[in-house]
Structures are given as C-alpha cells and as structure tokens.
Design a binder for this molecule. Structure first.
Ligand code: MN
Length: 496
C-alpha cells in the first residue's frame, strides 16, 4: 500500500493498413484512455503506450512493464487485426496482471456511412479473437472484460479488476510476523509455509514473543499517555462497575502493546501478525484493543497463530485500500448459531480481535476476564457491525495444495442487545442459506477463522486465486450440494 500504481494501455494493430489507419488507431486509444481516466470510477491511472504493431515493440513493452515498479498491470486491446504470433514472446516474458479489454471505439454501427475502410479500422471483434486465442493457447491467466469503454458498468469492472491486480502485485511480498506458533493440536490453522512462499510470495517468520515484549516494555510513559488520550477521545468507556483507575491501568497495557508492536512491525517490515493466547511470555495481557487498532491501520491478523488468515486479511486490506466509502475488512471467526426458522445466521466474533473498521456504532472500550489463558483481564473494543453484503474467505491447506473458499454472506442488523457478551460481533447469513452454506463450507474443509470484507467481491477473490494458480470454490446463491460435491471431486484431479 502507499505505492503510486499505474496501469498501462497497450493497443494492438499492424502496419498493413497504412499510416492513416495507425494515426486513427492512436487517436482512438488516446481518447479511450482519457475517457477512462476522467470517469472518476477507476482507482488508479491508466497510461497510454504507443500502438504495438510488431514482435519487437510488443516484447519491449511487456518487459518494460515488468521492470517498472509502479506498473501494476497491462490492459490490451486490438483495435484492428494484430497477428497474434507477434505477441508470443512478449506474453511469454510478461509477469504481471493482464486485462484484455474487449471493446471498440464506436458504440453503434454507423449504418449510413459504414464501408470497408471503416470495417478494417474498427475490427476488435475480429482482432481480439486472434489475441484471445494465443493467450488461451499459452495458458496465461488473464481477465477479459467485454463492452463499450464509456459504459459505467464496464468501467466499474475495470476498477474492480485494478484492485485485484493490486492484490496480486502486493500479495507477492506480504510478510507475516509470528510471535506465537499455531495453537496446540489445532489442524486447520496449520499449513506449509514454504509452499505459501512459493505460491503466494508470503514470507512467514517466527520471533520469540519475548523479543516483541521488550519493545512493549520500553514504550515511554508519555507515549502511553498520549495514546490513552486518543483512546478516551475516540471511544465510549464501559466501566460496568470497575474502579476507574484500575480500568485505566488495564487500558494503558494495551496502549503500550499497540505502540511496541507497531514499532516492531515497522522496523522489521512486517504487514501482518499472529498471536497465540497460550504463548504470551513477557506480556501482561493478550493483545486485544492493540490488535484491533493495528488491523484498522491495515495490518493483517490471525488468532492462535493462524498465519494463513493473517496474510489473507492483509491481502484484503490491500485490495480494498482504493475503495471509495469502504465499509471494512476484518479477521473473523464463526462462533455460534441462531437456528430459529426465519432468523438463521452465524454470530461472528473472536476472543477479542475484531477490526473496528466494520463497526456500525461508536466502539466502546471494555475490560473483562478472558475465559482462556492465564493473563490479566484485557481491554478490548466492543461493537456491532454494519449490515450489508460481504465476502468471507478461508484459505486451507489440504496437504498437497491450497484451496480458497469464497462465501458470499449478508450481515444482518444486530437489533437485540447482548449485554453480557464482552466482544465485538457481526451476525451474518451465508448464501445460499445457512443450511446449504454451512454444509458446503464443511464439505470443502473451510476453517472457523475467516478473512471478511464488505468491500471485495467473490469474483475478485476468485481472480486472485486463479492468478496464484490455486483452487477457488464459491459458495453463493447458485450453490447446490450435489454440484458442489462433484466440483470438489473434479478439482481434486485438476489441482493434484
Ligand atoms: Mn480463533
């Protein structure tokens, strides 16, 4: 995050049609790029590149795109016919996200004036099929978006793809800090870290919890005091009968953890962190409020050593950083059900660590005992979450490969108070229904931990998985158990 990413626009043609035609092609491409940039819909700028007409220029453009660290992807479009053998070497050497925008300059056929010259100049329907053929033949993963470039729906799809492309680019250097191993005896949070490095580019490193605890201990009192003032100005305080000074002392422990952890993360360049309530040597409390705030700042998190979910939360934070009016992204856990007919849903929470970016109300600080572990009562933020549609993902390691589960869910309004529950919550109904959604999730081996966001689509997450070369299964309104079981069987052959 923070990089000024751009996307390159590469128009394909050839020199068979003469100078005048190439002049028109360049003019049309410039107008399309200008129109897209001025739409106000795209989160990143598009940069026009000279029209590509032969092997050398194509190869050079793709290699320049590889080398340019701000370039997050190339958008290709064949204005005229462009013999696709000239694209082979460039495509072979290209390593970044590829969008094939299947559009044409004019929206409507000019019935009164159309002649053969017009047809030869405006033949994307023809040229883009030749290009598409070679990309498919070479087995290269790409996105194809069809429609007129000025159409808002087309522009929204380009915008959505751009965010996926940023995810693909940033995914390759996510660094996860482990200051706690996976919770003893837990299976689903485990996985092959070397394979994750190969497949996704993730670096997953362990430190002693005491290393980071030293950073917490060395936080100055004045820094803690300043952050405490921010806390008390930003959040409601739920004393609930506790002594005010004693309460403040508990909150101050989290303030020191937030400052110490963030310093450690920044100095060592990590983007996500996992903790484990069983392994807290040197810390007075399980990081709660502190982790919630770090998540809101864009760090990934996974509880109980769950580095896969921590990296996924970071990935989804990166993919949603450019979204206007974003509603939030968080680590989450399936906790308990409402099975009443007509009210079905899953109550989502964690021991402490839910990101306040998804809060529907002003969060409140609460200090309560932890039912697990042996530390003092941690301070945490409590709130309910926004209603609305979102996507819950779970990345699981099946022993020989990774599978990404993508479930569309709908968060429902949380009207009924739960005064005795000391954690932040969401309540969602999985698509297509609680019964089918949960059955499919379990059949696919999905975890109890998820990375959740209101601001990504299932399509984006599936496209990211495709770019990583891993299996993705969707659980949505079209899911039926019979088909889903077959899909898992077929996939097990394809992805072995
Ligand atoms: Mn958990």
């Amino acid at each position: 995050m923070g990089k000024k990413y751009q996307f390159w626009f590469a128009t394909g043609s050839q020199d068979l049609y003469g100078e005048e035609c190439l002049r028109v092609v360049a003019e049309h491409s410039a107008k399309i790029v200008e129109g897209l940039n001025q739409s106000g819909i795209l989160p990143y700028e598009i940069v026009l590149k000279p029209t590509l007409i032969d092997n050398n220029s194509i190869r050079k453009t793709f290699n320049d795109a590889n080398a340019d660290e701000n370039c997050a992807g190339v958008i290709t479009w064949m204005h005229t016919f462009s013999p696709a053998k000239s694209w082979i070497l460039g495509l072979q050497e290209y390593r970044k996200p590829l969008l094939h925008l299947h559009t044409q300059f004019n929206e409507e056929i000019p019935y009164d004036t159309i002649d053969m010259d017009f047809m030869n100049t405006n033949q994307s329907a023809h040229g883009d099929r030749e290009f598409g053929h070679i990309v498919s033949r070479m087995g290269i993963e790409r996105k194809v978006i069809v429609g007129h470039w000025a159409n808002q729906e087309v522009q929204k799809r380009i915008a959505s793809w751009m965010l996926t492309a940023i995810g693909i680019m940033e995914s390759s250097h996510i660094r996860v800090l482990r200051v706690g191993d996976n919770m003893r005896n837990v299976a689903v949070t485990e996985g092959d870290k070397v394979e994750a490095h190969i497949k996704f580019g993730w670096e997953i490193d362990a430190y002693n919890i005491t290393d980071i605890a030293e950073y917490v201990k060395s936080v100055s009192e004045s820094d803690v005091k300043a952050l405490m003032e921010e806390y008390y100005a930003s959040y409601d305080i739920l004393l609930e009968g506790r002594d005010e000074d004693e309460f403040r002392k508990h909150v101050a422990v989290q303030a020191a953890i937030e400052i110490g952890f963030e310093k450690f993360l920044q100095e060592k360049n990590y983007h996500a962190i996992v903790t484990n309530f069983e392994m807290l040597s040197g810390l007075q409390q399980l990081p709660g409020l502190a982790i919630q705030r770090l998540m809101q700042k864009g760090y990934g998190f996974g509880g109980e050593g769950d580095w896969k979910t921590a990296a996924m939360v970071r990935l989804m934070k990166v993919m949603t950083a450019g979204v206007k009016d974003a509603k939030g992204t968080s680590f989450m856990e399936d906790y308990t059900y409402n099975l009443m007919q007509g009210k079905q849903g899953i109550l989502q929470a964690h021991m402490l660590e839910v990101c306040p970016s998804i809060a529907d109300v002003k969060p409140a600080i609460k200090v309560s005992p932890l039912t697990m572990g042996n530390r003092e009562d941690p301070a945490r933020l409590v709130f309910t979450s926004k209603p609305g549609k979102g996507v819950a993902t779970s990345l699981v390691d099946l022993g020989n490969r990774f599978r990404l589960l993508i479930n569309e869910v709908e968060c429902l309004p949380q009207d009924i108070p739960m005064p005795k529950l000391p954690v932040a919550t969401a309540f969602w109904k999985p698509e297509p229904s609680l019964e089918v959604g949960a059955e499919a999730w379990i059949l696919a081996g999905g975890a109890h931990h998820t990375a959740f966001s209101y601001d990504v689509t299932a399509e984006q997450m599936g496209d990211w998985a495709a770019a990583m070369g891993i299996e993705a299964v969707y659980i949505d309104k079209d899911t039926t158990i019979r088909n889903f079981k077959n899909e898992l069987k077929w996939n097990s052959i394809y992805y072995r």
